[in-house]
Write a protein that binds this ligand. Structure first.
Ligand code: SAH
Ligand code: SF4
Ligand code: F3S
Length: 472
């Protein structure tokens, strides 16, 4: 099933393939063995971007290090989704002042969604920052750093333009892929939920060609990867040209990855309820041997009027109908979700509807946040903002309700045997892995189990972690 010829063809024709990037950057010995440290905040996309930055900088002869103290180049890959991310960046840079005093050659850069959002403002406010780059400029990072060293810090460098016209070609760059790896399939977002900064920090939505994703997964399989998580701001709005006047959608991609690669397990995140269609459910049901039965489907609010103000494109009823249909196709479905409390205008009755929806769907895991006004977004201008203490109370209440429920819900796993893909084992022989339900499971094992899927009987089930025994 592996297809090396296709891989080579891709490398030859695609100027953004790893091979072409490598040959460009290998000739750039700007690193001279200098230490590079990247500090990462935010979602999986940022974690993946950090790995890409390390890979690219390593190609240009930098040496990734474990602490900022060892570094000659520090990059803050910052997230802007909530709270006061810019302040976090300033305080982190402030902490590096004494390192800069000791090592005048130390350069500091800021990237990620904060770099994209704030651009030159960051440097105006905090002159210890030497360069800023955006979310579309990562592949240019070694060149950018080279410029920084050439100017000897006299000039500040800013590279935060969206590459609107460039196709989205990002072969996965990961130095030491473990058992499980993330694969970007789409970037950006065109949904413009009124609370969300992502469309402004990640730009317009773009999807990678289907054949590139499939080849990428095959290459990862050759490197020992057993599980991939297909990644995008909104994976199920994925769409690309199928070369025959039509389009491939996310269901087509998922099916192809399942049928045309030897990957053992497939997950994906994040999906949007408005784009979750029956075709996708069908593909999941048909390929349960590979596609995990765990779905993260953020609903944000249980109130249809708040959902409308959020511009989410679905109502409470539509969300519930889709969940019911998904459970028909995949009876063992496990769900998690994201929730925002205290969105402008949210009444006690609206909040109650959120609590009711959590109870009705019986989510095993929730990720809940207080609404945080973000730059450029519509909701930040809404006049009916909710006071902080009310948001705080609602969030605590939601967590209390969910915690009780989650303890009860996971009891069903007690004594069940789950299929666990083993990711690591520590010195004491404690193995760690994930079940198809995305449960983190610990049990005693041996090193040979790493990368294998093994049956583990669950002896203790808590909402966020399970303990078990290997079935012999
Ligand atoms: N694309 C995904 C969400 C990505 S952002 C989706 O549409 O579901 C991850 C989560 O952060 C969101 O689901 C939302 O719950 C939360 N979030 C985003 N903007 C926020 C804001 N301004 N305040 C609080 N939470 C926010
Ligand atoms: Fe943000 Fe909405 Fe896009 Fe998700 S779908 S990234 S919440 S704008
Ligand atoms: Fe944060 Fe940007 Fe991800 S704002 S959540 S790092 S897309």
């Amino acid at each position: 099933m592996q297809n090396n010829t296709e891989n080579n063809i891709l490398a030859a024709v695609d100027p953004t393939s790893i091979e072409s990037i490598k040959s460009d950057y290998n000739s750039l010995d700007i690193g001279l063995g200098r230490g590079v440290y990247v500090s990462t905040y935010g979602c999986q996309m940022n974690v993946n971007d950090t790995e890409r930055m390390y890979s690219l900088l390593e190609m240009a002869h930098f040496n990734p290090v474990q602490t900022p103290e060892e570094a000659d180049l520090i990059i803050i890959n910052a997230c802007s989704i909530r709270e006061k991310p810019v302040h976090k960046v300033y305080s982190e840079v402030g902490r590096y002042k004494k390192l800069k005093d000791k090592n005048p050659n130390l350069k500091i850069g800021v990237g990620g969604c904060v770099g994209q959002q704030e651009k030159e403002k960051l440097i105006k406010q905090q002159p210890l920052i030497d360069f800023v780059f955006g979310t579309d400029n990562i592949d240019n990072l070694p060149n950018l750093v080279s410029q920084v060293y050439e100017t000897k810090g006299k000039e500040k460098i800013i590279n935060a333009k969206f590459e609107h016209r460039a196709p989205y070609h990002v072969e996965t760059l990961v130095r030491n892929p473990g058992v499980s790896t993330f694969v970007n399939i789409a970037k950006g977002c065109d949904n413009f939920c009124t609370f969300c900064v992502v469309p402004y920090t990640r730009g317009r939505e773009k999807s990678r060609p289907l054949s590139h994703v499939v080849m990428d997964v095959r290459t990862l399989v050759q490197r020992g990867v057993k599980e991939v998580t297909l990644l995008g701001q909104n994976v199920n709005s994925y769409h690309t040209d199928n070369g025959a006047g039509g389009e491939y959608d996310f269901a087509d991609l998922l099916k192809k990855v399942a049928t045309d690669t030897d990957i053992e397990r497939i997950r994906y995140t994040t999906s949007h309820p408005k784009d979750f269609n029956e075709k996708l459910m069908h593909v999941m049901a048909d390929h349960q041997d590979k596609i995990c039965e765990y779905v993260h489907l953020p609903f944000q609010s249980g109130s249809s009027s708040i959902l409308e103000k959020m511009n989410r494109g679905y109502t409470r009823e539509i969300y519930l109908e889709k969940i019911a249909l998904m459970k028909k196709y995949i009876p063992n479905l496990v769900l998690s979700t994201d929730i925002i409390v205290g969105f402008p205008g949210e009444t006690e009755a609206d909040f109650q509807q959120t609590l009711d929806l959590v109870k009705e769907v019986q989510f095993e895991t929730i990720f809940a946040f207080m609404y945080s006004p973000r730059p450029f977004t519509k909701a930040a201008q809404f006049t009916d903002q909710i006071p902080e203490y009310v948001k705080n109370q609602r969030l605590n209440h939601l967590f209390e309700v969910h915690e009780k429920m989650a303890f009860e819900l996971v009891k069903k796993y007690q004594d069940q045997t789950l299929q666990v893909l083993v990711e690591s084992i520590n010195e004491q022989g404690k193995a760690q892995g994930r079940s198809t339900q995305n449960k983190l499971v610990y049990f005693m094992g041996t090193k040979e189990l790493i990368g294998k899927t093994v049956p583990v009987r669950i002896t203790q089930a808590f909402p966020s972690v399970f303990r078990g025994e290997l079935c012999q």
